[in-house]
Ligand binder design. Structure first.
Ligand code: FMN
Length: 263
């Protein structure tokens, strides 16, 4: 008796299914390749970012102060709420300064959960590896309270570890502010001095008119060429953070499809 798969319509359906699956996985692997290219490229010069993670405004105010301080030193960064920042853009950043508070159970404020989860899942995803943020220099200042013991500044500490694990270079050591009994303002000032020191070093290193990859402000806005480059290199990393099936499974799925078609 002929098997159900030997009929012409069944074979055509399977062939169509097989082709669709193949194209889907080719598309996915192309995106992964694209991501690697993006990661390994050193041509990404976007303006530096100051990201703040804040619920009641403490970190936001400090971030604003840092923004003003840098501007008064001739260095203009974008000031961005982590809540509205697309973490998939992190691989394109050259320098990111984060001011982050910690809330209940050592978690970030609810608005920054997506950002925090993206980092945590990227670290866990073996396909992303330690090169994802290779071109990204960073520094973190934590805002919290020592009254919370081991959870003091847990979010800021976690960010440092995760960004390091993803290949980012920490250009200033973690700064820690204690809102209860600590010298928050003084500690933040000291951390800011280190940031300014680093950036000034970069200015000297690159020369007055050099292309300052770390995002030191060059009064000319980004050239059209750069904008086009960025446009071209937009990568959807949503799947990278754990949603796509691992490669081994993909290969196994393809083998099964092939066997079915050859039946
Ligand atoms: C309910 C609650 C939970 C908190 N949990 C922590 C914590 O686990 N670790 C910590 O370092 N600080 C903790 N804090 C202190 C906050 O980080 C601190 O109030 C900070 O100023 C909040 O900054 P923001 O206004 O930028 O959100 C907590 C504060 C509150 C009110």
């Amino acid at each position: 008796m002929p098997s159900a798969l030997s009929s012409f319509p069944a074979r055509v359906t399977l062939l169509a299914l097989f082709s669709a699956t193949t194209f889907y996985f080719l598309y996915k692997s192309r995106r992964l390749r694209h991501l690697k290219t993006l990661t390994l490229s050193s041509k990404h010069t976007t303006r530096g970012k100051i990201l703040f993670v804040s619920q009641t405004g403490t970190s936001k105010n400090l971030a604003q102060r840092l923004h003003n301080l840098l501007a008064s030193n001739g260095v203009v960064f974008d000031l961005v709420d982590a809540q509205s920042y697309e973490p998939e853009d992190l691989p394109k950043e050259t320098i990111v300064l984060i001011v982050a508070s910690t809330w209940e159970d050592g978690n970030p404020p609810s608005g920054a959960r997506f950002f925090a989860t993206w980092l945590a899942e990227s670290v866990k995803d073996f396909r992303v590896g330690a090169l994802l943020l290779k071109g990204c220099r960073f520094g973190v200042f934590g805002v919290g309270s020592r009254a919370y013991g081991e959870r003091f500044n847990a979010v800021a500490k976690g960010f440092v570890k995760q960004i390091r694990d993803l290949g980012g270079s920490e250009v200033v050591p973690l700064g820690e502010g204690d809102v209860d009994g600590g010298e928050l303002d003084l500690d933040f000032e000291k951390w800011c001095e280190k940031v300014v020191g680093f950036l000034k070093g970069k200015v000297l290193e690159n020369g007055a008119n050099g292309n300052l990859e770390c995002g030191v402000y060059d009064s000319e806005e980004e050239s059209e060429g750069e904008s086009d480059l960025e446009e071209e290199e937009i990568v959807d990393l949503e799947d990278i953070a754990g949603k796509v099936p691992p490669r081994k499974k993909t290969a196994a799925q393809l083998r099964v499809m092939l066997q079915l078609v050859l039946l």
